[in-house]
Write a protein that binds this ligand. Sequence first.
Ligand code: ADP
Ligand code: ADP
Length: 240
Amino acid sequence: VRCDGLVRIYRSRETEVVALRDVDLVVDPGESVALLGPSGAGKSTLLWLMAGLMRPSAGRLRVHGVDLGRLAPRALDRLRAAEIGVVLQNPARNLIPYATPAQNIAFAQRAGRAARGRGWPGRRERDRAAELLERVSLGGPVARTRAGRMSGGEQQRLAVAVALANRPRLLLADEPTSQLDAASGRAVIELIKETAAETGATVVVVTHDPAVGAALDRTVTIRDGRVGAEGRHGEDFVVV
Ligand code: ADP
Ligand code: ADP
């Protein structure tokens, strides 16, 4: 992941919020990075941009050499389904509420395979789904519950399993342990690290938890829309 002078501005009729003002950041293939910083610093915005869920206002963002800002919508969809796993901050938003955990994973697997030009998921995918559900402790009776009826912590663990279902080359997670107790949080980070080690995936995790930061390769601080910068206010940025 390579960000060069990345800018993201949220505009409405009356207001303009510069969420990211000039982000230069390189995350190497296979590297795992924790994004830390105060609330409102721009961490979630950076994650959404890396996930291809919104476009930069200026600057360049490349994932595996592909410039996400210039990619056609369908190509972007395909890249996201095939290669990027995302855990959004609100766990429920990652899930299909009327589907069971296994169905949620199967749906992601179908989308991923379709994006790779492959057919329906088979035995291997079903085994992988079952294994993932075990790993996030959703293998028991809860496996028959619709995702929308599960607790926040269960939804969060399922969201991680769904994000890992396609063995993505890039895993992006926004506070994936915020609703978990310390032990489940550790288990989730372990699962992410193990999967990344197996697949060579690059990992970026937004977190407030120092233990999560310590478990990853590197910590990057975001402050006031910049990497590692001190909180600065004023008009020392260009509005594009
Ligand atoms: P934090 O990361 O500090 O917990 P959030 O990222 O959830 O905070 O949100 C910061 C603010 O930006 C909130 O007011 C939230 O409602 C808003 N926000 C964040 N992401 C979006 C989005 N995709 N669409 C609309 N509003 C958003
Ligand atoms: P963090 O994740 O570090 O808390 P965010 O990326 O959520 O930061 O937000 C950065 C800034 O952009 C904040 O001032 C937030 O209120 C604002 N913001 C985020 N999403 C939106 C949105 N969809 N519309 C308007 N402002 C937003």
